[in-house]
Design a protein around this ligand. Structure first.
Ligand code: DOR
Length: 433
């Protein structure tokens, strides 16, 4: 597939570029980035003047729910949501049914993604069989099948001895283990952050310490084994401090943060809107501030949505009984453009780096930059276009977002995968790759 994207402000942090440049894609790969490029006869041209062109964004933490929970999301609908959100690659978590703990499930996901996916899909395999935390999954097979990491996300691996063995065992495959860092015994029964507000509301709390004790343990185990550990959805200032100190000491720990933890706090739970219930929970203002600072200074390497679709029946219930999680693919980029970039917290190249080269490095993916020969995946942003978040119009099968009605400045105008326009102006074109 050929495409010339001309006249945009091209921001490619991995290659240190931020200038008005054209990008020529030939045969689905980046042929050249430069000034006033000429394309072969018949090459479609996209006029990107006044807009920002960046490498396709990568969401390293998504729940596509297929197989098993197709009533929440499918690979087709989830990747359409990704395309609308500016993501050209998503990594999908293993808590499907059956769990992605063996090659057959990985093969199924990849085959479905080829047939029906609008963007590239990278499965994450389970660390333990059935996510039960008892015996290791088929780790070698999962790597051979194309998994890009291992995680029991949704649950921590509570047995430190087992996690240590997993970290040692996966060394030849060079894939990171992603930790849902939360001590299950401390978090048991909790539905929101533990503090004054949980007491006022009469809801059971989850202390920030439940996250921090496991972050500390993962750092210690990474140091012991020399294997990389990635901390999913970091939510507390204490976890940030531990990760920052570990990185300074050269330990192979990386970390991600979600848009909702960057923007919302426990205050939002006062509404009793079950779309404020997620795991880890929304924390304090001080935590939110520490997360924003850590994203800016690189302690947090990546933004990831933890896109967690749930059906209305699972959310339209009492707070205590509602499912944890919110959808995020279609709101992440506009939210952060509006609040972090226009809000003066983060410059645009840094935000783009956290959506591109950051996750690409953690998962050893070929994407995340627009160097010659790279996959022709890019996103074009309209920084000034305002729109209202309307969950009823999501491409996702689910609508569980706390951001409905928010007016945001910053819009994902176009998404290109392998030189093919898969989304323009909010409209997704076809599926299957
Ligand atoms: O809120 C969450 N929902 N956090 C997780 O870690 C899992 C996810 C889900 O699968 O619904």
């Amino acid at each position: 597939m050929n495409l010339l994207v001309s006249g945009g402000r091209l921001v490619d942090p991995a290659n240190g570029l931020d200038a008005i440049l054209d990008c020529l894609i030939l045969g689905a790969k980046v042929a050249e980035v430069g000034r006033k490029l000429r394309a072969p006869e018949g090459t479609p041209v996209v006029d990107a003047r006044g807009k920002v062109v960046a490498p396709g964004f990568i969401d390293m933490h998504v729940h596509l729910r297929e197989p098993g929970y197709e009533y929440k999301e499918t690979i087709a609908t989830g990747t359409r949501a990704a395309a609308r959100g500016g993501f050209t690659r998503v990594a999908c978590m293993a808590n499907t049914d059956p769990v992605n703990d063996n090659r057959a499930v990985t093969d199924y996901i990849l085959a479905k993604a080829r047939e029906e996916g609008s963007v590239r899909v990278h499965p994450i395999g389970a660390v333990t069989r059935g996510l039960k935390g008892e015996a290791l999954a088929e780790l070698g097979e999962l790597a051979e099948g194309g998994c890009v990491a291992y995680s029991d996300d949704g649950r921590p691996v509570m047995d430190a001895g087992l996690l240590r063995r997993a970290l040692e065992y996966v060394q030849p495959f060079n894939l990171p283990i992603i930790s849902h860092a939360e001590d299950a015994t401390m978090a048991e029964g909790g539905v929101m952050h533990e503090g004054v507000i949980s007491t006022e509301l009469g809801l059971r709390g989850i202390s920030g310490a439940a996250e921090e004790v496991i972050v500390a343990r993962e750092i210690i185990l990474s140091e012991l084994t020399g294997s990389p550990v990635h901390i999913a959805h970091v939510s507390t200032a204490g976890a940030v401090r531990l990760i920052r100190a570990a990185k300074t000491r050269g330990i192979r720990v990386t970390a991600e943060v979600t848009p909702h933890h960057l923007l919302l706090t426990e205050e939002a739970v006062r509404s009793f809107d079950t779309n404020t219930k997620m795991n880890p929970p929304l924390r304090t203002k001080a935590d939110r501030e520490a997360l924003q600072e850590a994203l800016a200074d690189g302690t947090l390497d990546a933004v990831a949505t933890d896109h967690a679709p749930h059906a209305p029946a699972e959310k339209e219930v009492e707070y205590d009984h509602a499912a944890f999680g919110i959808v995020g693919l279609e709101t992440a980029v506009p939210l952060l453009l509006n609040h972090l970039v226009h809000g003066g917290v983060l410059d645009l190249p840094t935000l783009i780096a956290r959506f591109t080269v950051g996750p690409a490095r953690i998962l050893n993916l070929p994407g995340g930059h627009l160097g010659k020969g790279a996959d022709g995946d890019l996103v074009i942003l309209d920084l000034d276009r305002e729109h209202e978040v309307d969950p009823t119009r999501f491409a996702s099968r689910s609508r569980n977002s706390p951001f409905g009605g928010w007016i945001l400045r910053g819009f994902v105008w176009m998404t290109v995968v392998g030189g093919r326009i898969v989304q323009q102006d909010g409209v997704v074109r076809g599926g299957g790759r």
